[in-house]
Design a binder for this molecule. Structure first.
Ligand code: NAD
Length: 499
């Protein structure tokens, strides 16, 4: 059942994002708007802006990928003729339109995909709209060399048309995030949405295109197809007009992009472990783990997916997690929940039952015959051994396995193995600098969060910018505007040396 946010709750979310923006200095223009009360702007206009500005035509959505590619190619040529200050205006307008439609699109995404939590999808949309770096991210990219032979500049130029493949789990927020990054860098984009999220994804693209046009930018800078399929995704990967691929999804799409023969930025699956040692402040650790692992019902790739806790503090941690909204399964109940979560629970490598991906904890428990009457329960926890599927599988459900360990070496060994070398995300709760340093160095992940939930690593409650595309397999890490530029050298011989 959808949980409606009160206007106060929405304002609080926005205020938190604005507070962090103020600290980070990203998106200064957004701050100007927020100073004139972004919260009320957002809640007053959220439903009306889109309707008022509805424009005629396909607004970036085409019947097939080929038509989308033609339009995106034309639009990109128009974009790079515009000044950088106009590009900044365009990005600001995209942010404004995204923010004004953040709640509506969260609702659409929740209704269409049936995944996650509506209120968390609003947070993801707002974060992506407000905290994705814009054109300013390119400003200190340029490098110059001067000497007797003159001046050489190295700058980050646009690729051209980017082919972007997006997931069902963060459909509208990935569109906001990828679009702001890619257009800031001077590119146009053809998206292939996940087929199960095509309506909300294409709606998000249309909202942003309206923002672009309202700021005087070209139409069809962001394109997509009304009928995305695996075949259209493959067609995008093979299209001559695509100069760069950016895929966000599971292992299959990452592999397909990496063997496509095109330059690709690939953001793949994770299975983020959390280590809790016996120096941790346990009540804080418990709260952060429950908040993180239940965020959007654990469908975020960075969400906490398994816990390794020192034996001597395990009982305390579990009790605190229960206080913060976790329900602990008994041994018999573990089997019942396994039968819900997996198609073939007793197979060596069981498959998730897709019907239960991203569903609320109380619904999963009810299906397993466990009735709870506590609306605070957001997460199911279970003490299991290391080889249990709750530990080894990327559980895209609010179900979290907990394993007791003897010391930091066993915790690290288990965490590295459970992460499956995906180089994605890990968390740790500890006050021991040496334990934290040991794990930070050896986990070899792209995001390592200390003493907070995974969301701090995405810029919510932690310093730094935000992204929805974390490119572990290809090494770009947390993508941003500069990630979508290609290095170009401009050499001027015999002049402009002034030293
Ligand atoms: P998915 O892999 O099923 O689909 C992602 C996209 O890839 C979809 O548009 C789909 O149509 C396309 N696709 C899938 N297989 C393909 C193939 N063989 N060839 C061409 N296109 C293909 O993933 P999902 O269920 O939408 O998303 C969840 C997964 O994505 C999880 O594993 C999650 O960890 C991961 N993810 C990672 C990040 C990140 O930043 N690293 C972000 C979001 C999601």
């Amino acid at each position: 059942m959808t949980e409606e946010l009160t206007p106060d709750q929405i304002s609080n979310i926005i205020d938190e994002v604005v507070r962090q923006l103020r600290q980070s200095g990203i998106g200064r223009q957004s701050l100007i708007n927020s100073d004139s009360n972004l919260s009320s702007l957002y809640s007053n206009h959220k439903d009306t802006v889109y309707a008022q500005n509805k424009i005629q035509g396909n607004n970036g959505i085409f019947q097939n990928i080929e038509e989308a590619l033609d339009a995106a190619e034309t639009a990109q040529k128009q974009l790079i003729k515009l000044s950088l200050s106009k590009r900044k205006d365009i990005i600001q307008s995209m942010r404004d339109y995204a923010l004004k439609n953040a709640e509506r699109l969260a609702k659409l995404a929740h209704e269409e995909t049936g995944l996650g939590r509506y209120e968390d999808k609003i947070k993801k949309n707002i974060l992506s709209a407000a905290k994705t770096p814009g054109v300013e991210d390119l400003e200190n990219l340029t490098v110059s060399y001067t000497g007797d032979d003159g001046l050489t500049l190295v700058e980050g130029g646009a690729y051209g048309v980017i082919g972007a493949i997006t997931p069902v789990t963060n459909p509208t927020s990935t569109i906001f995030n990828n679009s702001i990054s890619m257009v800031s860098a001077g590119n146009s984009v053809v998206f292939n949405p996940h087929p199960s999220a095509k309506e909300c994804t294409n709606e998000a693209i249309q909202v942003l295109n309206q923002g672009i046009i309202a700021a005087g930018g070209p139409s069809n800078l962001l394109c997509s197809t009304s009928n995305p399929t695996l075949e259209s995704s493959q067609a995008l990967m093979n299209a001559k007009k695509v100069q760069l691929l950016c895929v966000t999804g599971g292992g299959g799409v990452v592999k397909a992009a990496m063997i496509s023969g095109k330059k690709c930025i690939a953001a793949g699956p994770g299975n983020p472990p959390v280590i809790v040692d016996d120096t941790a402040i346990i009540p804080n650790a418990a709260k952060h783990i429950v908040d993180g692992a239940s965020f959007d019902n654990n469908i975020l790739c960075t969400d906490e997916k398994e816990v390794f806790v020192f034996n001597n503090v395990a009982d305390y941690l579990i009790e605190e997690m229960k206080r913060h909204g976790a329900y602990e399964l008994s041994n018999q109940q573990i089997d019942a929940v396994m039968n819900v979560c997996f198609e073939n629970p007793h197979a060596d490598r069981p498959d998730l039952n897709r019907k239960w991906i991203g569903k609320n904890a109380d619904l999963i428990l009810a299906e397993a015959g466990i009735q709870i009457n506590d609306p605070k329960i957001r997460l199911i926890i279970a003490q299991v051994d290391f080889n249990h599927p709750f530990i080894q599988k990327e559980m895209m459900m609010p179900v979290l396995g907990i394993v007791r360990v003897n010391d930091i070496h066993q915790a690290l060994d288990y965490a590295i193995k459970a992460e499956h070398h995906r180089r994605h995300t890990a968390m740790m709760h500890s006050e021991s600098v040496s334990n934290l340093t040991l794990v930070a160095k050896n986990m070899d992940v792209t995001i390592f969060v200390k003493n907070a939930s995974n969301l701090a690593g995405l810029g919510l409650g932690g310093e730094g910018y935000h992204t929805m595309t974390i490119a572990g397999p290809t090494g770009e890490g947390l993508t941003r505007a500069r990630t979508f530029t290609r290095q170009r050298r401009c050499v001027l011989v015999g002049g402009f040396r002034i030293i």
